[in-house]
Design a protein around this ligand. Sequence first.
Ligand SMILES: Cc1ncc(COP(=O)(O)O)c(C=O)c1O
Length: 483
Amino acid sequence: MSEGTGDWAPADFEHHGRELLATIRQHFENVRDVPVARPYDAAELMSRLDGVMPEQGEEFSRVLADTWEKVVPDLVHWNHPAFHGYFSTCASFPGMLAETMTAALNVNSMLWKTSPSASALEHVVLGWLAELAGYPGESDGLLVGGASLATLYALGAARDAALTYDVREEGMGGPHAKVARIYTSDQAHSSVEKAAITLGIGLRNVVKIPSDDQYRMRPDLLEEAIARDVAAGCVPVAVVATVGTTSVAAADPLQPISEICGRFGVWLHVDAAYGGLFAFTSRMSGAAENVSVGDSLVVNPQKTLFVPLDSTALYCKRRGTLANTYRLVPEYLTSVHTGGTFDFMDLSPQLGRGFRALKLWWVMRSFGRSGLGSRLDHAMRLADDLRQLAAADADWQCPVPSRYPLVCLRYAPQGGAASDAQAVDVLNARIVKELNDSGEAFVSHSVIRDGYVIRVSLANIHTTGQDIEGLWALLNRTAKKCR
Ligand SMILES: Cc1ncc(COP(=O)(O)O)c(C=O)c1O
């Protein structure tokens, strides 16, 4: 081998792999001593990491040491048992190992023939996930890089199905252009609006239907809005309903919404990115919204099923509609299909695609259906414990009930500024900052009709009841300090 060419020897790979695994093991054995986040100075951070690219290759042990010294301390540790921000994502150990295997094989499942068992396995795990969510397994489905993209792809197909002219050919501004409308609740995730921007539908054509006092879309107002638009000559492209809204984990009433969609012939896309994969748990039994009424559905195992980022499933019951929008086959990508095979590249704009199915397969097989269910039940139980602690304390409010493991809290101390909503907002914002700066836990916030709330998302596979007691003590300590 000439100087400077070639990869490491496989034996060196194993040696460094062991070094890395030992470091990761140590990290998780002591993870509660690791600050979840810390205040940082962006300029200092940049100067610490900045530098010229090395001319000669460096020893891996040096690279690894630098990573732990210079990079890891200023990460926000999303995989920490005290991380409760946003919708926390959690990577379990089997998921982490699958990522290594995936990188080692580095296959591309753009066509069935470019990696047959990767495509077959994607089909299998999509079937398993559909069963967990309660969606028909015979739908079209694919794994994509996040729920925002899934919603974009679904709404692209919905747009093309709704408009009576050939959008693929003419684009949105052609001679037959019509005003296309999307309906969603005032609680919907911003990905719906981003999809409208990307698809040329426009933000002004996203109709925000008001939600009720539990933050659920109001079907009566949805029906009125669609009827008004139809009378005005607009084309209703889709309704996007949410199961597990971002701010408070509310679930829109899918049955009446789907009946309205049926009456007007409008596509129903269900954004169950957060809530969809709790449907099979004992604690949710019989209470979950029936997502099978959706023409399309997104669920996000990366949020709730202990599968590393990114891992999202998009389904579409209207078979063939995704392909109607996205199938475009140049000569160099043609293939012959036998035995029910198909090419995943036909179902979205993405061509090259990694082996996302493997991490899902490993996590689902390692924990099993009942193991996953009991872990999610555990998270919901922890959330209930936290809600009960807050309910028993007059200084705390828990403005919105939810079945999901997302707890919204608001500190409004008795005898303090509780009656001044604005002052309470400011106080709660201070608590979030102070708490996150402490490194002991990490939370995020939202602003709802009740005001500024502290969002505590419970999704980490390692979080225990003791952690929740610690978090409650920390919240109270921090709140008193900020008063
Ligand atoms: C309800 C809902 N839908 C969609 C998304 C977008 O998810 P992603 O980050 O996978 O694009 C989120 C993100 O939190 C969400 O809460």
